[in-house]
Write a protein that binds this ligand. Sequence first.
Ligand SMILES: Nc1nc2c(ncn2[C@@H]2O[C@H](COP(=O)(O)OP(=O)(O)OP(=O)(O)O)[C@@H](O)[C@H]2O)c(=O)[nH]1
Ligand SMILES: [Mg+2]
Length: 604
Amino acid sequence: MSDTNQDNKTKPDEKLQNHVKEEKAKRYPGKPLQVVAVEDTGEDKKGRKVVVVEENLEQIVKNVEATGVQKLYIVSLVGAMRTGKSFMLDLFLRYLTEPQENIEKEGPHCIFKGTKLEEEKESQFYWRASYQRTTTGIWFYSTPFVRKIKGQDVCVLLMDTQGLFDPMSPPEINKAIFGLSVLLSSYQILNVQNRIQEDTLQQLDYFTQFAHSAITLLKDTHKPEQGEEDDKEMDADDLGIHKFQRLQFLVRDWINYEDPENVEENLKVTKSVLADTFKQTFNDSGQRDRITNSFDKVDALFLPHIGLKACRPNWKGDLNEVDPGFVKMCGYFLKQVFDETVVIKRDIVQGTEMEPKTLGYAVKSFAEVFKDGKLPKAISLVEAMTKATTLDAKDKALLKYRSMMDTKAGPNSTYIPQKELEAVSVNALEQARLTFKKIAAFGEEKQRREALDAVFKSIGEEFERYKEANKNRVDKILAGYATLCVIALFAFLVDMLSDYTCDWWSETCRTGSTLLKYLYTLMAMVVGGQVFLLYQGEGQFVVIKALSGLFAETSTQALNYYDKLREKAKDVGVEGLPDLKERRGGESKEKSMSASMAHLLSKD
Ligand SMILES: Nc1nc2c(ncn2[C@@H]2O[C@H](COP(=O)(O)OP(=O)(O)OP(=O)(O)O)[C@@H](O)[C@H]2O)c(=O)[nH]1
Ligand SMILES: [Mg+2]
């Protein structure tokens, strides 16, 4: 073999090995994917609209489903443009990919050691030092992080958003981004520079009022199922299960800490500044109360300045150059978000835990509310909420039907009589209907009716499939008696043989022959009895198919035994037994025989 040949042989392997090595050395498992884009509209490109990037959304939902973990913990960062949101998300990625034992041994700030953020750039959120906006629309990290937090396995999803108050986007888009972020996350981090300002509270209040009116409208459409207790009765100010979950103000560049590295003292300062901010002021017309009432929990964390080196345009992300006060407080913050807190994403309408598939529906329906870049009306949010819930209800109703049908007529089941199948289906249909009604308890009656009709239509189609599959199992009904038939056949043949060879001269042969007669007659009666019962219950068609199935199975078994016998005979020197396999043209002949037999019989 020549050297060149050798080279050709080893090169691809080396390439592959290097690729595997590189992949293994990678710290980050995925990359950010845009799920909501903001596009220009009109010829002057002055308008903006919000569109869902469906393929990316589907990819993320698939990735979450693939983890097998249903509980979602969705952390989102929203806030003014150019305030280090995407940069913070990269620190989140770093924390989530740091081995847990390092964090436990060295403390959470250990993530600031090691490689520069610039490395593996495409696998991280995109940040840069510039006065121009960087992130547009809404992004999710493609790979969810499965983590055990407070004893629960959760899928952590990270969300990055377009900066608010960007001069390139109309205010309506800010509201859309802000609204979508709050609606889709369970832990909303509101990133602000220097302090919590009145305009941030106004933005927040605008959205919570908007969501509040939608929920009040939604509650009016709630019709509990008969017998179901209406425990969702609330007064107008009580958002009950429909509250948003966690809101945390993340104040950047807080310069008022005496000792930025003293976490304990800093937390005390944070607490008292937050309390002062949320005290009623002259400017407040109830907005602070409305905000605190709209979330399960509202709190804040103030981070010291990152350090001037890290703000320079040519900074490469060397985290050793970050200010030690930032490192300490940020370490505390990361541990708190990913190890000490878990906020399982709730469905805003149902109040139940949101499943991965429902997240997909929620992104699509909520984006619809803001799609034309205009200020939405509360009713459009109600419609979106209803749509997402109805889609979820449809899925779950169908799932219920299938799971009930599968217990009796699933892929591993045996044939069941048609009447029994229908009874199972009626029961499963009723349970599916109840499942649907329970989930789709809100929204316009017409919309719900149409969705339920669609569920019934799909169930009708599903039933036809179950019926067909059940029918195809008919030929297996009597197949269990095949061994009995083979024994009976063998007994019959031996009896016949003895009739001609020894019955006329041997008493022993005659006794044996009589015993064999009893045996195959009894077996024939057993099988005959089964056939009779089947005929009475299921009619001629089923009996014919079942008999042909029995015939096929019996011939297969009989021929297999014959082949074994022939092999044994050969071993002891008896040649000349015919090879029936060859004659029947392979294994499948008996199958086609039984098929044609069924065909002939059913002609009657
Ligand atoms: N002053 C300050 N700068 C920071 C902080 N954290 C990161 N930065 C720097 O801020 C710059 C912008 O960061 P990005 O993460 O791109 O900001 P962003 O908020 O995502 O920006 P948009 O996506 O355009 O809204 C980077 O150069 C970071 O180094 C911080 O806490 N304070
Ligand atoms: Mg950004």
